[in-house]
Ligand binder design. Structure first.
Ligand code: SAM
Length: 277
């Protein structure tokens, strides 16, 4: 069989969350690429896995990818893991995977833990779709612009956040998104102090402030989809969208207004939102 790079999901907290197939592949691997060798060694020792480790992180991904390709060309069994969860999801991996595929080798996923999906699965939000954002920008201006851009997406928004920024990120979400939306704060998933709360978005600031523990650990934030817009039925939205695909915003709004009878200004505003998203 042609040499394969296996992309292996590892636990996001609870060491027991590793699949049988992940263990089998990691035991068989001759080289395991990982973000942090000391961190990886702890997990691998726990399972009695001895493979040689190769550091692959955001600062050396290109060079490490070239090394992976050499190993695959030499017929070695190679696996890639990250510090936690699924590689390539707010973690290094994508560039290496692209390079390995480009070099003609097979890449296969071993699915498993992922913080976003774990939070969604236990949140009980019923939106039909979700939009994975991951980490928002650290700088205030860029973060607020990013949130404004996400505002009209008709889906649950999924964010990752670190404890030192949780309060300011939540404050910006509260300030910029509609008060009718709900937020699910999922922290320390699969760990001892796991906590999942579902609140109206404006209540989130007080919840974080009321107890220091509420701002500790690792966070996934889910924000429910925007409230339905008044005055726009599905047909009008569709007409505007189709026209917008072919025409400039102003012309699309004008024609949509003639077809639907809705106010041109409202359609113009909606067309701008559609273009942004
Ligand atoms: N690759 C990982 C995955 O598949 O979920 C994500 C890695 S990213 C560098 C780390 C972020 O994921 C954390 O800052 C946090 O937002 C989220 N995260 C990871 N583990 C978590 C956990 N146990 N509980 C809540 N969030 C977690």
């Amino acid at each position: 069989m042609k040499a394969t790079l296996s992309i292996v999901a590892t636990p996001i907290g609870n060491l027991g969350d590793i699949t049988l197939r992940a263990l089998e592949i990691l035991h068989a691997a001759e080289v395991i690429a990982c973000e942090d060798t000391r961190h990886a060694r702890r997990l691998l020792n726990h399972h009695g896995i001895q493979a040689q480790l190769l550091a692959l992180h955001e600062h050396n991904e290109q060079v490490a990818a070239a090394r992976l390709i050499d190993l695959l060309a030499a017929g070695k069994q190679v696996a890639l893991i990250s510090d936690a969860g699924t590689p390539g999801i707010s973690d290094p991996g994508a560039r290496a995977v692209a390079a390995v595929r480009q070099a003609g080798f097979r890449v296969t996923p071993l699915p498993g833990p992922n913080a976003a999906l774990a939070a969604l699965s236990a949140a009980g939000l019923e939106d039909a779709a979700f939009h994975f954002v991951g980490f928002l920008p650290a700088k205030v201006g860029a973060r607020r612009t990013a949130i404004e851009r996400l505002k009209s997406i008709d889906a649950t928004l999924v964010f990752y956040e670190a404890p030192h920024r949780i309060a300011e990120t939540v404050a910006d979400l509260v300030a910029l998104l509609e008060a009718e939306r709900e937020i699910v704060i999922a922290r320390e998933l699969t760990k001892l102090f796991e906590e999942i709360v579902r609140l109206q978005l404006p209540e989130a600031t007080a919840w974080l402030a009321e107890d220091d523990n509420h701002r500790r650990g690792e966070f996934v934030l889910l924000v429910s989809a925007p409230p339905p817009r008044e005055g726009f039925d599905a047909d009008s939205e569709r007409i505007l969208k189709l026209l917008l695909a072919e025409l400039p915003v102003k012309q699309a709004a004008k024609l949509a207004s003639e077809i639907t009878g809705l106010a041109k200004n409202d359609l113009y505003r909606r067309a701008l939102e559609m273009k942004d998203s």
